[in-house]
Design a protein around this ligand. Structure first.
Ligand SMILES: [Zn+2]
Length: 501
């Protein structure tokens, strides 16, 4: 007796359909596996029989061969259990499945319950793309799939619950819509007093997607201001929301998951391992750089991070994705984040700050400055000096613009870029390749002379000059200037503190 069911395999964010074939022949009771399976898949051998018999069903006392095709890709995970059990039950005639294209996902326990599995979202989305009409998933995973609002996705608790739903399709009710709150803004720039220059830099960063470094003493509100950055960035598209939730579906351990609908703000600690930051481990999970995908990666005291972690960040920023290749497999995860790094100006934190007294020696400061000019710095556009909040401003209560107002300006600058780069592969000012700078960033003679003068007197490199032009392009867009004007470059220079010292 032969039968076949379908499920999916997952490698990082990618997944592909797997045919589960079962053949039952007379012979000594035994389960044989074929199809390049990892150890955890093979452990199903110990779960299948008790899960089926404890559900009150017959398990064939024969020789059972289970093949997972195609055999060329390695299969890992425990979610193959359910498709195997159903194939066995179909082969021995317990189930008559009449659905056309059906996929099964779930790990079985010995009592026949269908348990939560990791990373279900990318697989279910692929199943929908492949035109599967019924997709059975563990009830415990249903929360992370509700957002898809697909009646084809049917949550099940046990093998018997599943059999009932196969035999009596009328039991399958349409999935209920989930209501969730859209982008409720809780952190707003108008509850910060003073710090207009820093907040202006955030507006520029959000508009042109410029990575930034904040240099300032402790207590200058760097974290507070950075955490408000997601609130002034454009809303996520539906496609981006799906992609982010796929990553979290793979990463997260909770069964009661909430959908991520706004840009994330990730703040890994500087003692984080490279694995936690970049990704990896036995299950090749995504790291912080991918959890910050389409959001903000905030590295406070970034000089304290491991140097190898900072080195890998350089490549990731350039490629906007992470390639993890380990002995136990490989995965590619997206990692397109906006980097906000923060550091103190010196070891004690008060060098060259208004009203602060630095207790560091000159040698300490020199060494620290050398450390600051680490390889990551040339991936960072904006270098912003932050002062402590002025006491008068704190007391007189001068509030900043609201996040809603700033976001309007950001969206305007983004729209200008969408129009400008509509025929290009890149979409943002920070991504303009150097060979196209002169085409997209026109400078009138006076402005050009001004920039040349700055370049000469500060001995700037071509790379630094290109960064200044890209940032100035964003500043000009924020002010609706067609060409970059001298005042735009003058504003930009304020945010390049390591060029102009
Ligand atoms: Zn100091």
């Amino acid at each position: 007796m032969f039968s076949k069911t379908y499920t999916f395999n997952r490698l990082g964010m990618l997944s592909n359909v797997i045919e589960v074939e079962v053949d039952i022949k007379k012979g000594l009771p035994k389960i044989l596996f074929t199809g390049l399976l990892s150890q955890e898949v093979k452990e199903a051998r110990e779960r299948l029989r008790p899960a089926i018999t404890n559900s009150g069903l017959d398990f064939p006392m024969s020789r059972i061969t289970i093949n997972l095709a195609p055999a060329e890709t390695i299969k890992s995970g425990t979610h193959f259990d359910l498709a195997m059990a159903i194939a066995v039950l179909k082969a021995n005639g317990t189930i008559t499945e009449t659905f056309k294209k059906t996929a099964y996902f779930g790990e079985l326990n010995l009592g026949g319950e269908i348990k939560w599995i990791r990373g279900i979202l990318p697989m279910v989305i692929e199943a929908l793309n492949e035109g599967f009409e019924h997709i059975f998933v563990p009830q415990e995973n249903y929360n992370e799939l509700k957002f898809l609002k697909e009646y084809k996705i049917i949550p099940v608790r046990t093998i018997n619950d599943l059999i009932d739903k196969i035999h009596y399709p009328e039991l399958v009710t349409e999935s209920s819509d989930m209501n969730f709150l859209f982008n409720k803004l809780t952190l707003n720039y108008n509850d910060i007093m003073g710090q207009e220059e820093m907040i202006n830099a955030f507006k520029i960063a959000a508009s042109g997607h410029h990575h930034m470094l904040l240099i300032g003493p402790p207590g200058s509100g760097k974290t507070m201001a950075a955490s408000r950055l997601p609130g002034i960035m454009p809303d996520l598209t539906e496609e981006e929301i799906l992609e982010i939730n796929k990553i979290f579906s793979i990463f997260s351990l909770t069964t009661n998951k909430e959908w991520i609908i706004s840009r994330t703000f990730r703040t890994p600690h500087n003692s984080s391992s490279t694995r936690a930051l970049i990704g990896g481990g036995i299950k090749i999970l995504p790291g912080e750089v991918s959890l910050a995908h389409k959001g903000i990666l905030f590295l406070d005291e970034f000089l304290e991070f491991r140097i190898d972690a900072l080195q890998s960040l350089r490549t990731i920023i350039e490629k906007k994705e992470v390639h993890i290749s380990l002995r136990n497999g490989f995965a590619v995860y997206p990692a397109d984040f906006l980097l906000v790094a923060a550091a103190n100006p010196c070891p004690c934190g008060y060098y060259n700050t208004k009203g602060g007294i630095c207790s560091c020696s000159l040698i300490d400061i020199k060494r620290y400055k050398r450390k600051l000019k680490n390889p990551l710095l040339d991936r960072i556009d904006l270098q912003v000096k932050v002062e402590r909040v002025n006491y008068k401003k704190l007391i007189n209560g001068l509030h900043n613009k609201s996040s809603e107002e700033i976001k309007k300006e950001v969206l305007n600058a983004r729209n200008i870029q969408i129009e400008r780069f509509k025929n290009e592969k890149f979409k943002l000012n920070s991504e303009i390749p150097s060979e196209k700078l002169s085409y997209y960033c026109n400078l009138q003679k006076e402005t050009n002379d001004y920039l040349e003068n700055i370049m000469e007197s500060n001995l700037l490199t071509a790379r630094a000059c290109h960064k200044i032009i890209r940032i100035s392009r964003t500043i000009a867009d924020l002010k609706n200037h067609n060409d970059i004007e001298t005042e735009d470059i003058a504003e930009c220079i304020k945010y390049r503190i390591y060029d102009i010292e």
